[in-house]
Design a protein around this ligand. Structure first.
Ligand code: SAH
Ligand code: SF4
Ligand code: F3S
Length: 473
């Protein structure tokens, strides 16, 4: 009897991709995906440690599953991902009904481990070496790579795919746990990336997103040539079938002129640039161990908008970092105003034991102040997002039509426009090259032919996070 599995995923794109790969490999081994935990025999949590809140949520969910496991003793509970690598056997102590703890560098063993737990009912802990636990080459090797054939049934839609071009991170920003849980930075060989993207193109994928913690640090040397991110762009440009190339996340100092020119000149590369800056204050950036100043980041923005006039830049911010004063925070507000970001992800600082910031600084900004700063920054950003989106009204954009809109109903409320009568038309959603969501109506009988195509549309309305448009006949 094949077992049913359910994967719950939190965290960044790395985890989203890992969950897709894990699901595909479990399906290959004969397991069936189900749509809710209650139908599953194997429940897997793909976890994130970047903030305390993300961990607390998983532990409380695990707590709730105790009763479920008592009633279903043959069920298997697995904790994968960054929290598995970080907390190791502590997870078994805090949640004794967990069967498997599997680090992100051990993913390829997943089906075999689930099978063995099914048979032997023994707990399994498989993680990579900690960065201080051995020679760098041993640590690197302990983060095994896993790039299986993609399954079209897995993932948000069959027209887009993420492709990992690098693993790990060596930047060691003082607040960040990622370098310890994802291991040393390693770039994948271009040949492997090319082969994977050719396969994805053969499956009918139109858009690939190259992912890594700092994709613009990509560097791979072979045969006397050193490949950088822009060389990957040029290679993918030649792959028939792929129409769009996206890439996330970028580290500010890696945005060289060569890279910006490649974004401008290589037609398939979309002008969407996610470049987290974290703070607008030099003293905070120094404490964060970011390797640039606010002025350098402003110069970068100037260079971007001068080189790529239609660039859509997005950023991440941490508010309430250790010692952040009102003045320092105000410098961040100023930078958001200057940046004209399409949108920003704003986080309240969360102290991560084991990081430099946890060791060196006091987490001394009260939560109420963090919350206030978060809301204030978000309000400034949302006004800018709305303004930028309004500029699209009347313009024509190309959208990759992904499927039926889930958020359409909500956005309609916001704009106080009537949703279309559902029997005549459906609302579809897609993305522009600059990563804006566009919602539009399509006749019911026609909508299936539109999904999975790149089509022109005219924008008619705008909300801060959504554009509304009409397909051009
Ligand atoms: N590699 C990416 C980001 C990875 S983590 C980069 O450097 O840009 C995603 C975001 O989480 C970070 O950009 C940062 O804004 C936030 N973050 C990381 N550690 C955090 C912490 N300890 N507390 C709050 N936010 C954090
Ligand atoms: Fe974390 Fe900094 Fe690496 Fe991004 S670059 S993953 S914030 S250490
Ligand atoms: Fe979280 Fe791990 Fe990503 S800690 S942000 S899931 S690399």
């Amino acid at each position: 009897m094949p077992l049913n599995f359910y994967i719950e995923t939190v965290g960044c794109q790395m985890n989203v991709l890992d969950s897709e790969l894990a699901a595909a490999s479990l399906m290959e081994a004969g397991y069936q995906p189900v749509s809710a935990k209650r139908y599953a025999d194997v429940i897997l949590f793909n976890t994130c440690s970047v903030r305390q809140h993300a961990e607390d949520k998983v532990y409380s969910e695990l707590g709730r599953l105790k009763h479920w496991k008592d009633q279903k003793p043959d069920a298997i509970i697995a904790v994968m991902g960054c929290m598995a690598q970080k907390d190791k056997e502590t997870i078994f102590r805090r949640a004794p009904h967990v069967d498997i703890v599997l680090g992100p560098g051990q993913l390829r063993q997943l089906p075999e481990i689930v099978k063995s737990v099914e048979k032997k009912r023994e707990k399994r802990l498989e993680i990579s070496l900690d960065r201080i636990d051995g020679k760098q080459s041993d640590v690197r090797e302990s983060f095994q790579q896993f790039n299986p054939q993609r399954n079209l049934r897995v993932g948000s839609n069959p027209y887009q795919a993420m492709v990992r071009i690098m693993f790990g991170c060596d930047k060691f920003c003082s607040y960040c746990i990622v370098p310890s849980v994802r291991g040393p930075e390693q770039s994948r060989p271009p040949r492997e990336i090319e082969a994977e993207i050719r396969q994805l193109a053969d499956q009918g994928r139109l858009e690939v997103t190259l992912i890594g913690q700092t994709v613009n640090s990509y560097r791979y040397s072979e045969g006397g040539k050193t490949w950088r991110l822009q060389d990957l762009f040029a290679m993918i440009q030649e792959i028939d079938g792929i129409r769009r190339i996206r890439f996330v996340t970028n580290y500010p100092t890696g945005m060289t002129d060569e890279l910006l020119q490649a974004v401008r000149d290589i037609p398939k590369v979309t002008p969407f640039l996610h470049i987290p800056v974290q703070s607008g204050s030099n003293s905070v950036l120094r404490r964060m161990k970011r390797r640039y100043t606010a002025e350098e980041y402003r110069d970068l923005l100037d260079r971007i908008y001068a080189t790529i006039p239609d660039a859509a830049v997005t950023s991440d911010f941490i508010v309430g970092f250790c010692g952040e004063t009102d003045e320092e925070f105000q410098q961040t507000v100023d930078l958001v105003k200057y940046g004209r970001f399409k949108n920003s992800f704003i986080f309240k600082y969360s102290v991560r034991p084991g990081t430099k910031a946890a060791e060196l600084f006091q987490d001394d900004v009260p939560d109420s102040v963090k919350r206030k700063r978060n809301n204030e920054l978000l309000a400034v950003q949302n006004a800018i997002s709305m303004e930028l989106n309004r500029e699209f009204i009347g313009k024509t954009v190309e959208i990759l039509v992904e499927g039926i809109s889930k958020t359409a109903a909500k956005s309609c409320d916001l704009l106080q426009i009537d949703p279309p009568p559902s029997q005549l038309s459906v609302q579809l959603t897609g993305h522009t090259p600059c990563d804006r969501i566009v919602v539009f109506d399509a006749a019911s009988e026609q909508h299936r032919q539109l999904i999975g195509r790149i089509l022109p549309a005219t924008i008619t309305h705008a909300a801060p996070f959504t554009l509304f448009g009409k397909l051009i006949e």
